[in-house]
Design a protein around this ligand. Sequence first.
Ligand code: C2E
Ligand code: MG
Ligand code: MG
Ligand code: MG
Length: 292
Amino acid sequence: QAKALGKNSLRFFDPSMQAALESRTAMENDLRYALSNQQLLLHYQLQVSALGDPIGAEVLLRWQHPSRGLVSPLEFIPLAEESGLILPIGLWVLETACRQIALWAGSSNTCALQLAVNVSARQFRHNGFVEDVKRVLQETGINPVLLKLELTESVVLEDVSVVIEKMHAIKALGIGFSMDDFGTGYSSLSYLQRLPLTQLKIDRTFIHNLPDDVNNANIVRTIISLGASLDLNVIAEGVETEQQREFLLQSGCQAYQGYLFCKPVPIEQFELLLAARIQLQKADSPNFKSHV
Ligand code: C2E
Ligand code: MG
Ligand code: MG
Ligand code: MG
């Protein structure tokens, strides 16, 4: 029987497949090691209101690899999803973000910023997700309105009613939902209305050539008016130029995120930058009050 097995595996594992499999396994092991050896870290990217006031930040995962340097999530999130490692990694992101919210809440000189955490499809579908969220809220004692979860349309594609039920359970805790990369997926208007969302996040592919691209300009205006009619807040991601900001502002967009305001940076830098921005605003308007 051993011989038969040997034959099978020989037929299956040709050398190139074997190599691909080995490098995948190696990367998976690296990633597992990264998680337990503090090689994962979070960057924070500011979100501002139409007036330019800081209102929150998106939390973005990075891998500080010993030889490859800073690795983008685009390179390892797919592998994390396939391998299931996204479950412990996603939980670590959630815990770290909530601990940061708790730290800010305990210090007197920061604004009450809302943090947006990306949740992958597999993580959201996982049976223990709602319980995980509850536990992290309890452990950190944060005000749940300061946490927002970003879902993509792919999360909602399957089992719509199960997803809606889960979202309601989380919304009941006081947490909001943003539909990330909005416009790139296949959301139908009928179920968009059924989802307990708080925000639509316009994908940056629609932003980058504004206002010249007439199609994108129309799409953006349509998303903003859709948001208004569904009573959802609308944020634009990937805002890089003053012209883009101006167009979005004229079209009624309520919140902004992008390199024009600030790149995603480690927490120490983020706090410095925030302090500088708040100082600037205080100087600009004597009546400025932070949100605390
Ligand atoms: P996303 O959630 O759509 O995040 C926005 C991406 O746009 C980020 O890329 C951000 O750095 C980038 N960005 C922000 N402003 C600008 C801009 O003005 N111009 C341009 N060109 N890009 C801008 P990043 O950090 O590489 O993340 C890529 C994706 O990885 C994220 O897209 C998200 O889907 C995923 N991701 C990041 N962190 C996590 C995480 O903790 N969990 C999960 N499941 N996914 C994550
Ligand atoms: Mg996002
Ligand atoms: Mg996005
Ligand atoms: Mg995106």
